[in-house]
Write a protein that binds this ligand. Structure first.
Ligand code: NAP
Length: 312
């Protein structure tokens, strides 16, 4: 597909991207989806999704994304297994995309659905510990820590979800939170606080890691915010769940971004600062961050792109 000229290109293949793909394909716009680093998006790393309407018996994140992809394929959506490395606006107001596999595309309408990635603590040695005790995904890595003591850091729904998942396979889970109440929804907080295998360590901030002679994690030191006392939490695994950053680096200077990197929304949430360029899901939505909201934004972006193409 080198240098092909397309009506719609969708960047990202999570909930927002695939929903946009299904709608634009059904509107006969013959979309391309640039899959990105993680085909299927972050939902492929989740276990039980119990709040996506239509699945009273729960659905596994990976299965949900697999079904969305099959649905997109049914309408002949085309997938490119590559990442977007650069994008430019042309004089004719189309969008020139440069992909990691060397292909180039021109798109009349563009839908950005690149999602977000996990935050890190910023502590010394953090990145070297990835795979040696530090993880951002309990469902991916939890198995390596079965019957061990582990920590989860954070106080939101993600942290609770990770802690609950790990409580089923690990000996003990310490949930380390920097305040004295959880940010998570009431239902998740209650599940965590009533779980015998989870101990919440309140008002505590991670300070540093202790490792063995092979560089594997041995313990986490946390400092109590009020007393300043340091507690050593002996554990083999630490799971970070401290929020997200949008994957929008590649769009800097192309569309307007907020100071925290989220794509700036226009008159309606899926509009960007550029006509014919739309954004959907976690790259632009910092408030809801729900699979179903991302899917809905993907659909809105698809309908807006269709209408924009009709008038231009
Ligand atoms: P979040 O709500 O932003 O929570 C991040 C947590 O990490 C907060 O408790 C925050 O503490 C803490 N934190 C941030 N930076 C930290 C640092 N440097 N050191 C220590 N702690 C730090 O993120 P999230 O839990 O990933 O949730 C994001 C959104 O997705 C939310 O809207 C959530 O409802 C949604 N979500 C929903 C589900 C579900 O419905 N099943 C599952 C997962 C996520 P403070 O509280 O002090 O700020």
């Amino acid at each position: 597909m080198s240098k092909s000229f397309e009506r719609v290109v969708i960047v990202g293949s999570g909930c927002a991207g695939l929903s946009a793909a299904i709608y634009t394909a059904r509107a006969q716009l013959n979309p391309w989806v640039i899959q990105g680093k993680m085909p299927g998006g972050l939902l492929t790393q989740t276990t039980d999704v119990e709040n996506f309407p239509g699945f009273p018996e729960n659905v596994q994140g990976i299965d949900l994304m697999d079904r969305m992809r099959k649905q997109a394929e049914k309408f002949a959506v085309r997938f490119e297994n590559a990442e977007l490395v650069r994008v430019e606006r042309t004089k004719e107001n189309s969008n020139h995309l440069f992909l990691s596999n060397g292909h180039e595309l021109r798109a009349q309408a563009l839908i950005i659905a690149t999602g977000s990635h996990h935050n890190f603590l910023g502590l010394e040695g953090e990145h070297n510990l990835m795979g040696k005790g530090l993880s951002v995904c309990a469902t991916c890595d939890g198995f390596f820590y079965r019957n061990e003591d582990v920590c989860v850091i954070g106080g939101g729904d993600s942290a609770c979800e990770e802690a609950l998942y790990l409580s089923r396979i690990c000996k003990k889970v310490y949930l380390i939170h920097r305040r004295d109440c959880l940010r998570a929804s009431k239902i998740m907080s209650e599940r965590v606080c009533s779980n015998d295998r989870i101990e919440v360590i309140w008002n505590s901030i991670p300070q540093g890691f202790e490792c063995d002679e092979h560089g594997f994690l041995k313990a986490l030191n946390v400092i109590h915010k009020e007393t300043q006392s340091v507690q050593k939490v002996v554990c083999r695994g630490i799971f970070l769940a401290i929020g997200w950053k949008p994957n929008t680096e590649v769009f800097k200077g192309f569309v307007e971004l907020e100071t925290d990197g989220y794509i700036k929304q226009g008159r309606i949430p899926v509009e960007t600062s550029l006509p014919g360029v739309f954004a959907a899901g976690d790259c632009t939505d910092k408030k809801y961050r729900q699979a179903c909201v991302a899917a809905s934004m993907g659909i809105q972006a698809a309908l807006e792109a269709e209408s924009w193409l009709l008038h231009h």
